[in-house]
Design a protein around this ligand. Structure first.
Ligand code: HEC
Length: 151
């Protein structure tokens, strides 16, 4: 391979590495859920409502944050835990833990429940629908990934 092409290629590689090192925070994930599932709503129904009302802004895979942070293992987790998502100050400093008591008002009307939160979802006034969504969220459980690095 001509030497100038080699240089060009390694220069490009270094540029790509630098850009990804600067712009990407490694995918973060929440610890496995320890709370029992929430049974005061219907999780199957909740999955359908979630698809209509939440999925356009939320993913369930670590590293795949959309407009909102991914929600895997959210039930029982502290608010604003993910290092790879840019949370509002309001949510970061809330001290909230996501159980039925906090999810219910937040899903009902996020802007009212937490002024300054940047979740601009439509309000969900129906308490049964919210219970179904909370039941569904409580079923979202994944084991923590095994790390190959010593940390
Ligand atoms: C229009 C986009 C949008 C929709 C629709 C939406 N969210 Fe969000 N959500 C967000 C954003 C943005 C945040 C980050 C809020 C912040 O930083 O203040 C968020 C944050 C959250 C959090 C806190 C996550 C954490 O890591 O602390 C939960 C829980 C949540 N949303 C649940 C839901 C549920 C359940 C629904 C459906 C009923 C929903 N969201 C619909 C955009 C949305």
């Amino acid at each position: 391979m001509p030497i100038n092409i080699k240089f060009r290629l390694s220069g490009m590689l270094i540029a790509v590495l630098l850009v990804s090192a600067c712009e990407k925070t490694p995918a973060d994930y929440r610890a496995p859920v320890t709370l029992p599932e929430y049974t005061q709503g219907n999780a199957d129904q909740g999955a359908i409502i979630y698809g209509d009302a939440c999925a356009q802004c939320h993913q369930l895979t670590p590293g795949l944050n959309k407009k909102g942070p991914q929600l895997m293992n959210i039930y029982g987790a502290s608010a604003a835990e993910l290092a790879d998502y840019d949370y509002s100050d309001a949510l970061s400093s809330s001290g909230w833990v996501w159980d039925a008591e906090t999810l219910d008002p937040y899903i009902a009307d996020a802007e009212k429940a937490m002024p300054g939160s940047k979740m601009l979802s439509d309000p969900m006034p129906d308490a049964n629908e919210r219970a179904d969504v909370i039941a569904y969220l409580s079923t979202l459980r994944a084991a923590a990934p095994v790390s190959t690095e010593d940390q």
